[in-house]
Design a protein around this ligand. Structure first.
Ligand code: NDP
Ligand code: MG
Ligand code: MG
Length: 330
């Protein structure tokens, strides 16, 4: 394992370089403001009719069209939604990329799956915060940072790693620590994590617990507290102190019950499902399916979103969160 901290990074490589951050959403806004506040020469590339344009101007950023920003920059850091990067790159960025430039990302998806194919004469790097943009910005303002990853796919100039680390440092990530990885490892593990454990796994687990209690005749509000609300408290303990810290903090009854019953829920069948999902990521099945979905403007995704909102846990949960002051009325 190779971990980089502030002192390991020499920012000389970034000296005199212009960084164009393309996109000003969750990551784009946080990363470009952090890098600019750290003294880097940052411009933001956006479409003129989008809502980010005014926001970036109001934040005091230098805003240009994606084409102009790409033309002017030495480093083009692409922070658009992954599913539109290929099209925007080919049409609005690639024509302006020069030898010795650096193409940079916060997720390896488009490079690893071969959707974006820069020339051999440019660097291809990634630095990725392990958290949402709001946290990237908040921790920076507090004088710290969140951990991140760094990877080099193509080193045309000989200092690609230093450039990526320089940007990671300017974002505050090397204060917490930046781990070296590859585009392949980052892409495959990131997709696996969000599909099986983080986003897909946890919502299915919570909903299965919730509906089991409700179907057995318990009050939905009580079921919500026991199977959903308290997840955060447990995950916070694991985040800070590991499984052991969590087991220590809960009651002995919870510890005994959890250790004797958890593996009856997440069984070999669940693990086999995980293996199958991983294989679909590795062999390109997931990439293909997601591309087909985008080709139909996300028709299935829209349907699934609507169905998700109709789930009892969502309706009960919203009512309860508002009643307890955890969620404000919009
Ligand atoms: P967002 O969805 O927040 O990006 C929105 C930005 O993209 C806006 O500025 C929007 O501009 C612009 N945009 C959207 N569509 C277009 C288009 N067709 N043409 C031009 N601009 C467009 O992205 P994220 O910040 O979530 O993700 C960016 C990258 O960071 C991805 O690679 C992602 O995987 C990675 N990442 C994200 C994390 C996260 O927590 N979100 C964590 C780690 C990595 P407009 O206002 O004009 O629509
Ligand atoms: Mg992800
Ligand atoms: Mg309890």
């Amino acid at each position: 394992m190779k971990m980089y901290y502030d002192d390991d990074v020499n920012t000389d490589a970034l000296e005199g370089k212009t960084i164009a951050v393309i996109g000003y959403g969750s990551q784009g806004r946080a990363q470009s403001r952090n890098m600019a506040d750290s003294g880097a020469n940052v411009i933001v590339g956006l479409r003129e009719n989008g809502s980010s344009w005014n926001l970036a101007k109001e934040d005091g950023m230098t805003v240009k069209t994606i084409e102009d920003a790409s033309k002017e920059a030495d480093i083009i850091h692409i922070l658009l939604p992954d599913e539109i990067q290929e099209k925007v790159y080919n049409e609005q960025i690639a024509p302006y990329v020069e030898d010795g430039n650096t193409i940079s990302f916060s997720h390896g998806y488009n490079i690893h799956f071969g959707l974006i194919k820069p020339d051999e004469t440019v660097n291809i790097v990634m630095f990725a915060p392990k958290g949402p943009g709001s946290m990237v910005r908040r921790t920076y303002e507090e004088g710290f940072g969140i951990p991140g990853l760094v990877a080099v796919e193509q080193d045309a100039t000989g200092d690609a790693l230093q450039l990526a680390l320089g940007m990671a440092k300017a974002c505050g990530l090397t204060k917490a620590g930046v781990l070296e990885t590859t585009f392949q490892e980052e892409t495959e593990t990131d997709l696996f994590g969000e599909q099986t454990v983080l986003c897909g796994g946890i919502t299915e687990l919570i909903n299965a617990g919730f509906t089991t209690l409700v179907e057995a005749g318990y009050q939905p509000e009580i079921a919500y507290f026991e199977t959903c609300h308290e997840v955060k408290l447990i995950v916070d303990l694991i985040y800070e102190k590991g499984f052991a810290g969590m087991w220590t903090d809960v009651s002995n009854t919870a510890e005994y019950g959890g250790l004797t019953r958890g593996n009856r829920i997440i069984t070999q069948e669940a693990k086999d499902g995980m293996k199958a999902v991983l294989k679909e990521i590795q062999d390109g099945t997931f990439k293909k399916q997601w591309a087909e979905e985008n080709a139909t403007n996300g028709a299935n995704l829209k349907e699934m979103r609507a169905a998700e909102g109709q789930k009892e846990i969502e309706i009960v949960g919203e009512r309860l969160r508002k009643a307890c002051g955890l969620q404000k009325d919009e």
